[in-house]
Ligand binder design. Structure first.
Ligand code: FE2
Length: 308
């Protein structure tokens, strides 16, 4: 089976672009790579010309997902798998490829209607990534930009689709009470990053995107970002903690669009040759306590929503 190789880019629709620019550069430590003629802000975290594209848009949610494959042959194989899963695939035009700064892409909608693209040949910036904040940098390369958590309409259907169509593999499951309901979170990988995508089901989701995660090279980078959140008045969603499944030390806070981001370090990776699917009850070994909630257990989190 063909598999996507990594999460290449995310397109986000944001209402307050100036606030996002201050947040992305001043708190997350991302660099502005370019500005589109339509005001789209392209943000860098590595050698790619961008990893996050912020579009002026009132959705304040995920606009599209860019999945990367190695080359044209892999793109054809993935396109066939998506079609075989019963989903219509469209070849992207040269103009669309140019806009996304890739050699070639295909487009489709996932079972939840999320605009999705598979591409190869990302534009590489000639100059090295330099963060506007003093930090050691982001874990990307073959692991991709990070991970994100998608709220889906039908958990089983989406888990099946991402395995059958995109070739992703199950890492593990977390089952825990969430917003008052026993909820199953499914974690999927496509490279050694423990999970690139996680899914959970929620009726009538307010937003598709629960959070995106950026992983950094050192624990100091996490601590410094935690301090920057305090300095910039960014609302925390949790304290620092370590997750049960990927072992990441991280914290969650709120983006200017209302959905969350996770900033972490130290996750374990997956070797498909030996990995066995696991089940966890609860998402954290320690920490990740909700901020602004008097209940001591993270399971009591109801506002804002989060998952791993
Ligand atoms: Fe996460």
């Amino acid at each position: 089976m063909a598999s996507i190789s990594q999460l290449g880019y995310l397109g986000l629709g944001v209402t307050d672009l100036p606030a996002w620019e201050r947040f992305a550069t001043g708190v997350l430590g991302l660099a502005v790579g370019a500005r589109g003629s339509d005001e789209t802000l392209y943000l860098r975290m590595d050698e790619y010309s961008y990893r996050l594209a912020l579009h002026p848009d009132h959705s304040d949610d995920l606009l599209y997902v860019g999945w990367e494959v190695a080359d044209a042959q892999a793109l054809r194989a993935i396109a066939e798998q998506i079609s075989a899963a019963g989903v219509t695939v469209r070849e992207g035009s040269p103009e669309e490829a140019k806009r996304r700064r890739v050699v070639e892409l295909i487009t489709f909608r996932d079972p939840n209607g999320v605009a999705s693209e598979v591409f190869y040949g990302p534009l590489i910036a000639p100059d090295p990534f330099v963060s506007p904040r003093p930090m050691s940098g982001f874990e990307t390369g073959p692991l991709g930009l990070g991970h994100f958590i998608l709220v889906v309409d039908d958990f089983s259907q989406s888990m099946r689709f991402y395995q059958d169509a995109l070739g992703m593999r199950i890492s593990d499951y977390i089952v825990e009470p969430f917003e008052g309901i026993d909820t199953t979170f499914g974690f999927l990988h496509c490279n050694p990053r423990h999970h690139t995508l996680a899914l959970y089901e929620r009726v009538s989701p307010a937003k598709r995107l629960n959070h995106f995660m950026l992983e950094v090279h050192s624990l100091n980078d996490v601590g410094a970002a935690y301090d920057r959140c305090t300095d910039h008045g960014v609302p925390f969603a949790t304290t620092l903690g370590r997750h049960t499944n990927d072992h990441m030390v991280s914290f969650y806070a709120v983006t200017p669009s209302g959905f969350l981001f996770e900033y972490g370090w130290g996750a374990r990776t997956i070797d498909d040759a030996v990995w066995q699917v696991q089940l966890h009850h609860g998402e954290s070994i320690w920490g990740h306590r909700p901020v602004g909630d008097s209940e001591p257990q993270s399971q009591a989190v109801t506002q804002p929503p989060r998952s791993h």
